[in-house]
Design a protein around this ligand. Structure first.
Ligand SMILES: C[S@@+](CC[C@H](N)C(=O)[O-])C[C@H]1O[C@@H](n2cnc3c(N)ncnc32)[C@H](O)[C@@H]1O
Length: 288
């Protein structure tokens, strides 16, 4: 059978932009050749992998506030086989529909932060939805209905991602603005921060949240430095909008991307579509 080349899907991560990546990338392309593509809220790095697969940028900078995630990407690039072997061993330890060493991997991760354990937890936790308690510990339960991506498939995806990133990617753990400290004219920042409303409460969706005013101040600074911005932020389901539009002086125009049927509305017996906002830098000829 002929080999089919597809964009690798490595880290199953709730909130991943994997399905929206082609639509987002059409706005990346519209800005012409990208010297460095920054993804400082990288999560599963869906947009970076799509862009690397399609040759949209020369270099890539990946960052996140979650250290294990950044270290996972580094290991995927430099030691793909090692990451794949660890995944396969944990997968093989599941017997008779059980969850194998999930509890052990979770305790080990909370004590030592091994990124390879984090990959397993992402693949096996409920709905691939990571959750952290107020003490910062990963506290999501195992998904009893799934077994996690097949190890052979995972190994192929890891190897493909490694090939796409090797000699082209750099990894930075920390706050988004620190990751973007050296971004300048000719660079593009794809930003996918936690949306308003997903970051608070007892079990936080991500390890850190981002205040809206902080986001706006950061966007303003990037705009002044001439960094091209493509930002995913909030949206609407049916008639219900999430979050007010961002201020006009940021130099961003808002477009809407169809993210498919709302699972929540479907559960309530309504057929509604979810629309995500994408804010895109308006092209400029000079920078102030
Ligand atoms: C919506 S997810 C990104 C999903 C990603 N686009 C994907 O395709 O998987 C947001 C990410 O931002 C990270 N994060 C939260 N606050 C941050 C901050 N202040 N700086 C950098 N990363 C942050 C979280 O750990 C999480 O991985």
């Amino acid at each position: 059978m002929p080999q089919r080349f597809v964009v690798p899907h490595v880290v199953p991560y709730q909130g991943s932009k994997r399905l929206l990546a082609p639509a987002i990338a059409s706005h990346l392309r519209a800005h012409g050749p990208i010297r460095r593509l920054y993804e400082p809220f990288c999560g599963s790095a869906a947009v970076t992998l799509y862009a690397a697969f399609h040759g949209l940028a020369g270099q890539f900078v990946l960052g996140d506030r979650l250290p294990a995630l950044v270290e996972l990407w580094r290991q995927i690039m430099y030691s793909p086989q090692h990451v794949a072997n660890h995944y396969a061993a944990l997968h093989a330890a599941q017997h008779d529909g059980g969850v194998g060493d999930y509890g052990l991997a979770r305790s080990r991760f909370n004590a030592a932060g091994d990124p390879k354990d984090f990959l397993w937890l992402c693949a096996r936790c409920v709905k691939n939805a990571v959750r952290f308690g107020s003490n910062g510990h990963f506290n999501q339960s195992p998904d009893l209905r799934r077994r996690g991506t097949d190890p052979l498939r995972m190994a192929k995806s890891i190897a493909a991602a490694s090939q796409l990133l090797v000699n082209k990617a750099e990894f930075r753990h920390g706050d988004w603005l620190a990751t973007l400290a050296d971004a300048t004219v000719g660079d593009l920042a794809y930003l996918d921060p936690p949306y308003a409303g997903t970051s608070h409460g007892a079990d936080r969706r991500y390890v850190a949240s981002l205040d809206r005013q902080e986001l706006i101040a950061g966007l303003r600074a990037l705009h002044k430095r001439g960094v091209t911005i493509v930002l995913s932020y909030d949206g609407r389901t049916g008639d219900k909008s999430y979050g007010a539009p961002l201020p006009a002086d940021l130099g961003l125009r808002r477009v809407e991307l169809d993210a498919g049927r709302s699972a929540q509305a479907t559960l309530l017996g309504r057929s509604e579509r979810t629309v995500e906002s994408l804010y895109v830098s308006v092209a400029r000829t000079c920078y102030t």
